[in-house]
Design a protein around this ligand. Structure first.
Ligand code: 13P
Ligand code: SF4
Length: 300
């Protein structure tokens, strides 16, 4: 592994590349990242990077967001098959139908979506800023796509607005059940439950804190509790343990694995830098429209 890492470092310099890594990536991939973060942090970082090449270790919509910000840079994915099933649950035709059903409503689109869907939206949000975005939106009616659980989390915190939730969801976060979390709470009564807003509502209801992956890291660092039950993809536990060696992190479900996130490996990162593949491109007209929706979010 050491040799592989050395080769990656060498090629990274030669190509003037930066490696961006989502919090759900394999531990060894997180450890070689120039920057590791949640969707919002990675979007911000990609906007400001000076490197000519971005190797994005995450899923397709994340690399696409980096390309939307950086049309003149090469954005590479080590494995082109790393998609997000939730993002693929809505497409432009379905979104246009929703807009026709609710012509008065504005559209908030979770960043877990394709560039084409973003391009048809008023504004984007991530799991870290959905509530802020909805509060700031001028419209009283909001179509929220594609995640119904993040949408319902936001809607409960912005009761003055009417929400139309789309029926999308994350198959990985569906793997957390209220029964199992209650059982774990019984076994570890001193533990705090941290849940991602993509979890089912009945899981959110028994959580001590609902937040994005990076907000979980901040919460675990600053809270005096010594034990936490983590309801999000298990990749985050690597960083939680690394940053808080004296604390214990119990997975709410050890099988909550996003198979797409796990497609990226050190070997594939090396091949990506060797062959400059797989390049992400976005149609220019779509990119400009999608950029508007993302920039509105960034301005909040
Ligand atoms: P975060 O933005 O919280 O990292 O979430 C991204 C994601 O895909 C969650 O499943
Ligand atoms: Fe998509 Fe869920 Fe995987 Fe996140 S964990 S990338 S929402 S499938």
């Amino acid at each position: 592994m050491h040799e592989l890492i050395e080769k990656i470092e060498e090629l990274k310099k030669k190509r003037d590349a930066v490696i961006l890594v989502h919090n759900y990536q394999l531990p060894e991939v997180q450890d070689i990242g120039d920057y590791v973060g949640d969707s919002l942090e990675l979007a911000r970082f990609s906007k400001n990077t000076q490197s000519k090449v971005i190797v994005f270790c995450g899923v397709h919509f994340m690399a696409e967001t980096a390309k939307i910000f950086n049309p003149d840079k090469k954005v590479l994915m080590p494995d082109i098959h790393a998609g997000c099933p939730m993002a693929n649950m809505i497409d432009p035709i379905r979104l246009i139908k929703e807009k026709e059903k609710h012509p008065e409503a504005g559209v908030i689109t979770y960043i877990n979506s394709t560039a084409e869907v973003k391009a048809l939206s008023d504004i984007c949000c991530t799991s870290a800023n959905g509530v802020k975005v909805a509060k700031k939106m001028e419209k009283d009616e909001i179509i929220f796509v594609p995640d119904k659980y993040l949408g319902s989390y936001v809607a409960r915190r912005v009761p003055e607005k009417k929400f139309y939730l789309y029926n999308g969801y994350c198959p990985t976060h569906m793997l957390f059940s209220r029964e199992e979390i209650l059982r774990l709470k019984g076994e570890f009564p001193d533990a705090l439950v941290l849940a991602h807003p993509e979890c089912r509502i009945e899981v959110q209801e028994i959580a001590d804190e609902i937040c994005s992956t990076s907000q979980m890291l901040t919460f675990a660092r600053n809270n005096p509790a010594k034990r936490f039950i983590i309801c999000t993809e298990i990749g985050l536990i690597h960083r939680l343990k690394k940053e808080n060696p004296e604390k214990e992190f119990i997975p709410g479900n050890p099988n909550a694995i996003c198979p797409n996130m796990k497609l990226n490996t050190l070997e594939k990162i090396l091949w990506s830098l060797e062959d400059m593949k797989y390049e992400i491109n976005v149609d220019e007209e779509v990119r400009i429209k999608a950029l508007k929706a993302i920039e509105r979010m960034m301005a909040i």
